[in-house]
Design a protein around this ligand. Structure first.
Ligand code: RUB
Length: 320
């Protein structure tokens, strides 16, 4: 794919792509931050004898990142922002292109970090004292929001799911426990049971993608959790930066749901057995009480209007 396959910087870049694919870098926010950082570093180090050759290298790097996790618009939006700004610039010297990329990448990473802080602040306010909070998989936003509520002095108990086949729930359990929060884990198929039996007061889930209809996409099992929450009338909140908007959905495309390897489920499976391992699923807006974003807490129905106002550039990107 690259012209200089043996260069150290290129191997380092491809290592980040592999780490994202293998979930060593996991969760939408971390994927976006590390992916954009790797792209910018690559752009600083790749050599080229012309602007066109430089752009070819960048386009290859962009498509390697685009292909790493197909359900991650926050990463794609950062890359699109960088290319958008490159196209807007009239200066086609390599030095100024590199500078522009570094600046755009840093701004985007800072924006993601800033949105995260605001979401955690709003989300932790929403968790009442003396409650049991449930979450699914590992979302840095959900985990850190629960921890913040605990640090505010609220008496919080947590329930998390195991999250097969890659057990991201263990990461959540370890983080919550080491923050001093009494935590219980259930297997995924016990999520409804837990809601019925364990007096859960509120559910917080993360988000990988937001569509123009206000549907959100998160780890497989999230819709089941939302359905079970509806049945028992438990408030169900999604924590998400609006930078996770999939702008392609506003021109009629559907968000791709990543299908992962059957080996993650059963490496030594019997010959002929087909295993499906979808990584994510949609949750329709009628199951979500509110989305908690950097622009506040509101029902998913109005998400497109809020995104248009907050980040008009996200809407322009759908021409890619
Ligand atoms: C992780 C997952 C998380 C979101 C949000 O899936 O679904 O809830 O990515 O994460 P995977 P964050 O383990 O397959 O990456 O809140 O950290 O952005």
């Amino acid at each position: 794919m690259f012209y200089t396959m043996d260069a150290d910087f290129e191997r380092e870049f491809m290592q980040v792509v592999e780490d994202i694919k293998a979930l060593r870098i996991q969760g939408a926010t971390a994927i976006a931050v590390e992916g954009i950082r790797a792209f910018s570093t690559y752009a600083q180090r790749v050599t080229a004898s012309s602007y066109d050759e430089f752009m070819n290298h960048l386009l290859n790097a962009k498509s390697a990142l685009f292909g790493s996790r197909p359900t991650e618009p926050a990463l794609r939006n950062g890359l699109r922002k960088i290319f958008y700004e490159l196209h807007q610039s009239s200066d086609d010297s390599l030095d100024s292109a590199r500078e522009l990329i570094e600046k755009a990448a840093t701004e985007y990473i800072e924006l993601l970090k800033e949105t995260k802080k605001l979401i955690i602040k709003i989300g932790s306010e929403r968790i009442p004292d003396g409650t049991t909070v449930m979450t699914h998989c590992h979302s840095s936003l959900a985990s850190e929001t629960i921890i913040r509520a605990h640090e505010m002095g609220k008496n919080i108990q947590a329930i998390c799911t195991e999250t097969r086949p890659r057990y991201q729930g263990r990461k959540t359990a370890k983080e919550l426990l080491s923050a001093g929060i009494p935590t219980t884990m259930v297997v995924d198929s016990a999520m409804r049971w837990a809601i019925r039996q364990m007096r859960i007061d509120v559910i917080l889930a993360g988000c990988d993608a937001i569509t123009s209809e206000g549907t959100i996409i998160n780890k497989i099992g999230t819709r089941l959790l939302a359905l079970a929450a509806k049945e028992s009338d438990i408030p169900f909140y999604i924590l998400s930066s609006l930078l996770k908007f999939d702008s392609d959905t506003s021109i009629g495309k559907r968000t791709t749901i990543e299908m992962r390897s059957a080996d993650e489920v059963w490496p030594e499976r019997p010959t002929g057995l087909q295993i499906l391992n979808p990584a994510f699923e949609t949750v329709s807006r009628e199951y979500i009480d509110a989305i908690i974003t950097e622009r506040g807490l509101f029902p998913p129905e109005i998400v497109l209007n809020v995104i248009k106002e907050a980040y008009p550039f996200l809407i322009e990107f759908n021409s890619e």
